[in-house]
Design a protein around this ligand. Structure first.
Ligand SMILES: [Zn+2]
Length: 151
């Protein structure tokens, strides 16, 4: 876990833990890019949740769009999964209510751990960065950094 690194689901894959210190409950989220050869949703970024109270396994429930918004799959809409989507798309109101976010950033292309400062900043590892044209850096990362300062 690295709390000072910039992290945004718009630009970064990885694991996000959202903890409620008041209740001791926590939920873990994971954003991963499906392999280009995957049978399901090849190349898409899929978000999964592991709920400490109810579930032992990762449960995929939506996609992460290019703008950093979580699109909850139809069968999960109108349920707690909508809240999970908002927790990831817009953490600030949850942080204001006392939620604590921690994350471990991974490459948004290949899901490997990010180790160099530049890759931690951009969300893409050096090997994958060479293979792909650079994308514009994000503003949502700044929002997450502010959230990190609050907690
Ligand atoms: Zn990579």
């Amino acid at each position: 876990m690295c709390d000072s690194s910039p992290f945004s689901i718009r630009t970064h894959n990885g694991t996000i833990t959202v903890n409620n210190p008041a209740t001791g409950n926590y939920r873990m989220f994971r954003v991963r890019t499906q392999a280009e050869k995957a049978q399901f949703a090849a190349g898409e970024r899929v978000v999964s949740v592991k709920d400490s109270s109810t579930d032992e396994n990762w449960r995929a429930f939506g996609f992460v769009n290019d703008d950093g918004k979580v699109v909850v799959w139809k069968k999960f809409r109108g349920t707690v999964y909508d809240v999970y989507g908002r927790m990831l798309s817009n953490p600030v109101p949850f942080v204001e209510k006392g939620a604590v976010y921690q994350w471990e950033a991974r490459c948004r292309v290949c899901n490997k751990e990010l180790t160099t400062p530049e890759s931690i900043e951009t969300g893409i590892g050096p090997v994958c960065a060479k293979r792909r044209p650079k994308r514009q850096p994000m503003s949502h990362g700044r929002q997450m950094r502010q959230a990190a300062l609050v907690i």
